[in-house]
Design a protein around this ligand. Structure first.
Ligand SMILES: [Cu+2]
Length: 180
């Protein structure tokens, strides 16, 4: 299993400029809780997700409000892909950041360039943000993300790939909470 970044790995790899208040808003309460839920918990089941160039399999996943799910995410494509959980607003903010990472040569077609990440950190370095809601998976690799959904899903919760262009190409999916 290879996770190219997760909440802790990213702290070492990436420090982003403070131009990302929307996504960071999820992390500033100290627990990473967002309108979409939060990372961690004791999962009651495992859901397999396949990342393809450029769509998810499946594209719709049923979840119960308050449920904790372990997502096992396999990248069957030729490019690096992300599985990120969030509201539409969180995804949009994150996609802007991923575009910035691509612009700085940090995000490459097959994954993160850690040397470039360190260089960017040195030149910009402050304002670490919360990315505990997403994993980037290299081609052929598998990663896991444990996520607890909110007890009351007040707005739509989606999963999306933040690699520039991928969500627009169809790499988005929807969580359905029956009765919500
Ligand atoms: Cu993708």
């Amino acid at each position: 299993m290879t996770v190219l970044y997760n909440a802790r790995g990213l702290a070492a790899a990436l420090l982003l400029a403070s131009a990302a208040p929307a996504l960071a808003a999820g992390g500033h309460d100290g627990h990473g809780a967002t309108a979409a839920g939060k990372a961690g918990g004791s999962p009651s089941r495992t859901v397999e997700v396949v990342l393809n160039d450029t769509f998810f399999e499946p594209e719709e996943i049923d979840v119960a409000p308050g449920e904790t799910v372990r997502f096992r995410i396999r990248n069957a494509g030729a490019m690096a892909h992300e599985f990120g959980i969030g509201t539409m607003e969180m995804h949009e903010a994150h996609q802007s950041e991923m575009q910035m990472l691509a612009d700085h040569g940090v995000l490459k077609p097959t994954g993160m360039d850690m040397a470039a990440a360190k260089a960017m950190q040195a030149s910009m370095g402050h304002g670490m943000h919360d990315m505990s809601n997403t994993v980037l998976v290299a081609p052929g690799k598998t990663a896991e993300l444990v996520w607890t959904f909110p007890a009351h899903m007040m707005e739509p919760v989606e999963f999306a790939c933040g690699v520039p262009g991928h969500a627009g190409a169809g790499m988005v999916g929807m969580f359905h909470a029956p009765g919500h």
